[in-house]
Design a binder for this molecule. Structure first.
Ligand code: NAP
Ligand code: ZN
Length: 351
């Protein structure tokens, strides 16, 4: 058994996070052991800590935007050496053999991927614990190379917010001339703005927070519109090729479908706890598409990290010590995040 690893966990649904030491396995032949330096705070952490999706397992150590330094490698590891930078995203293993796994869509593994937290390893017994902890052991195949030269804390959010927005922008062919609308300026939304702008799109930020306009433009948005003003929706009718919806709470999808051009696509990324209702005429009229997208496979996540390094794109972060995590959740629930909280994992030592 290894020495206890400092971590913070939610002991039960809705309870605040508290120190909760865990153990990690010794690295096996194909494993990489990582000292975690930074971990981003995703709204999915809040949904799961509060059991809003109804599948939570406690105690829960959240965190799936992990960057750190390799401290040990197994005998058969070839991609990583001690001292290398490494990243871990939303899953840490899958079956390697099913159709989605062999098509680089491991997140949809038919046996169920081993999610980084609030799940189990592929043995379906050993619970997984996430990045609000000082150390993690992950199979080399599911560990990402963090390119040098990027600010490390600002790179952590790329492991979820980055890939979750990069993947649908690529799939729906965001390119110079595309008109992209991003709904919700939080962690995912601000990455969507940066990435879509970097791909040459004309980007409009669709927000409920007037105070975020200057930031939206600084991040790369060409226009900023308030969706809680009725005139906005009329003005923008039929405008967008792609809409990226990052809103975490219930909202009316039909309103946004009206903003798509003929044959445009709206991609849902946010996961409000309650089902949405869609008037099919908002899809039928204009041959529109309503799609979802979940993170990205390992190969695409590496492609995204390398793309971000080449374009010098990282997240805008507010660094917090772990003792501020419960407060950070409350601020995110009030849309008060600019634009991703990142935990300085050094603050866990001794907790
Ligand atoms: P976040 O940082 O909290 O941002 C959410 C944003 O939604 C807010 O900043 C706000 O932007 C907007 N919003 C909040 N309340 C709203 C309301 N009542 N009406 C309209 N807009 C509202 O959250 P996040 O980390 O980006 O995550 C967003 C969602 O994506 C969550 O549901 C999360 O679970 C999900 N997610 C999905 C995936 C995936 O693979 N599909 C991956 C990661 C996260 P404004 O102030 O600009 O309005
Ligand atoms: Zn996430």
């Amino acid at each position: 058994m290894t020495a206890p690893v400092a971590a913070w966990a939610a002991p039960s649904a809705k309870a605040p996070l508290v120190p909760h030491p865990i153990t990690r396995r010794e690295p096996g032949p194909r494993d990489v052991q990582i000292e975690i330096l930074y971990c981003g705070v995703c709204h999915s952490d809040i949904h799961q800590v509060r059991d809003e999706w109804g599948d939570s397992i406690f105690p829960m150590v959240p965190g799936h935007e992990i960057v750190g330094k390799v401290t040990a490698v197994g005998a058969d590891v070839s991609k990583f050496a001690v001292g290398d930078l490494a990243g871990v995203g939303c899953f840490v293993d899958s079956c390697h053999a099913c159709d989605p796994c062999t098509r680089h869509l491991e997140q949809f593994c038919e046996k169920g991927a081993a999610f980084t937290y609030n799940g189990t390893e592929m043995d379906r017994k050993t619970p997984t614990f996430g990045g609000y902890s000082t150390q993690i052991v992950v199979a080399e195949k599911y560990t990402l190379k963090v390119p040098p030269g990027l600010d490390l804390a600002a790179t952590a959010p790329l492991l979820c917010a980055g890939i979750t927005t990069y993947s649908p922008l690529k799939r729906w062919k965001c390119a110079p001339g595309s008109r992209v609308g991003v709904v919700g300026l939080g962690g995912l939304g601000h990455m969507a703005v940066k990435l879509a702008a970097s791909m040459g799109a004309e980007v409009t930020m669709l927000s409920t927070s007037r105070a975020k306009e200057a930031d939206a433009r600084r991040l790369g948005a060409h226009a900023f519109e308030l969706t809680n003003e009725p005139q906005t929706l009329k003005k923008l009718a039929g405008r967008f090729d792609i809409l990226i919806d990052t809103v975490s709470v219930e909202h009316d999808l039909n309103t946004y479908l009206g903003l798509l051009k003929t044959e445009g696509a709206m991609v849902c990324l946010g996961v409000p706890p309650k089902p949405a209702s869609v008037a099919v005429m908002s899809l039928i009229y204009g041959n529109k598409k309503l799609a979802g997208s979940m993170i990205g496979g390992i190969a695409e996540t590496q492609e995204m990290l390398d793309y971000c390094a080449s374009k010098k794109i990282t997240a805008d972060v507010e660094m917090i010590p772990i003792r501020k995590i419960n407060e950070a959740y409350e601020r995110m629930l009030k849309s008060d995040v600019r634009y991703r909280f990142v935990i300085d994992i050094a603050s866990l030592k001794g907790s």
